[in-house]
Design a binder for this molecule. Sequence first.
Ligand code: G6P
Length: 368
Amino acid sequence: GAASKDGYRHFMLKEIYEQPQVIAATLEGRLSERRVLAESFGPQAEALLSRARQVHIVACGTSYHAGLVARYWLEKYAGLPTQVEVASEYRYRRVVVPEDTLFVTLSQSGETADTLAALRFARERGYLGSLAICNVPGSSLVRESDLALMTQAGPEIGVASTKAFTTQLVALMLLTLSLGRRHGLDAAEEARIVQALHALPGVVRQVLGLDAAIEALSTAFAEKQHALFLGRGAHYPIALEGALKLKEISYIHAEAYPAGELKHGPLALVDSEMPVISVAPNDELLEKLKSNLQEVRARGGELFVFADESVRLEDTEGVHVLRLPRIDEALAPLLYTLPLQLLSYHVAVLKGTDVDQPRNLAKSVTVE
Ligand code: G6P
């Protein structure tokens, strides 16, 4: 039947709130207590996954950002050299494909023209094989790939992707652990991350409880023309995704930078009219991030920091700190996506834009 908003004001908000269920659905049947089940990728997967020595990931838009997170994961936990590229660039250049490289596409729809063309291009270039991580069964991408790992996000109506992104991250973590096991990932580390995956839907639900606090923060953005998002490590792509969400639905110009690049340009833009949003999980880069934040503050920039509950950071004049529950470091990028989704949603509502169908954009770009 016709999709319904179930009492939510917009599909986007409904889809943000569906994330605990759809993350659980994407994990369903794919985990034991301590491991990723071998059969998750289908019967043909074993040969491909155990031979893979490199990974090339290709996608567009929000799906591309999921790929960027996966590069941090695949290199850290599976030790596999990984490259990530937007499909429209990849398909038109000479690509060097090392032996035993797995080709991975990411797509909510499975019908994005450039991603599909990239897959067809890749099929002629001697890859080990292709895997599609996709949300639509029977889509062109799924039909034309050797393997498919389906996300279980259900139909996504809002043009700005939310639940498709977080379920892609879940699927990519399953891929990381499956490849990792075949390439020296310690069983205890796999077990630790699998346990965190089991707990994830509950933690995501807790983060949705911050909605009212995030809505209150959003008023600071309604009159702004620009915003800067900062992150480090696997949270740099989360900053990119936060900036994309804000651009797409509120039409505020937003940029994302790896926090360490601040001094190489964007700091010149920081003044009291430039809000700076940062994600600060409690990982090994925290201290470095903190000094970046001080630089912003020293130039009058108003700071919005989403931080782990244990992070010692004062909520003071011009510094707004919102605490997120503790999460295993491996899954933090997934969790820190949620407050950024909610923030852009509330800013867009304040600005009165068409949240579910922003101007000039389409849900699925099926022509070049
Ligand atoms: C469009 C949508 C985005 C989406 C991108 C890639 O730009 O507006 O939300 O991320 O296409 O779509 P795909 O279906 O391939 O993930």
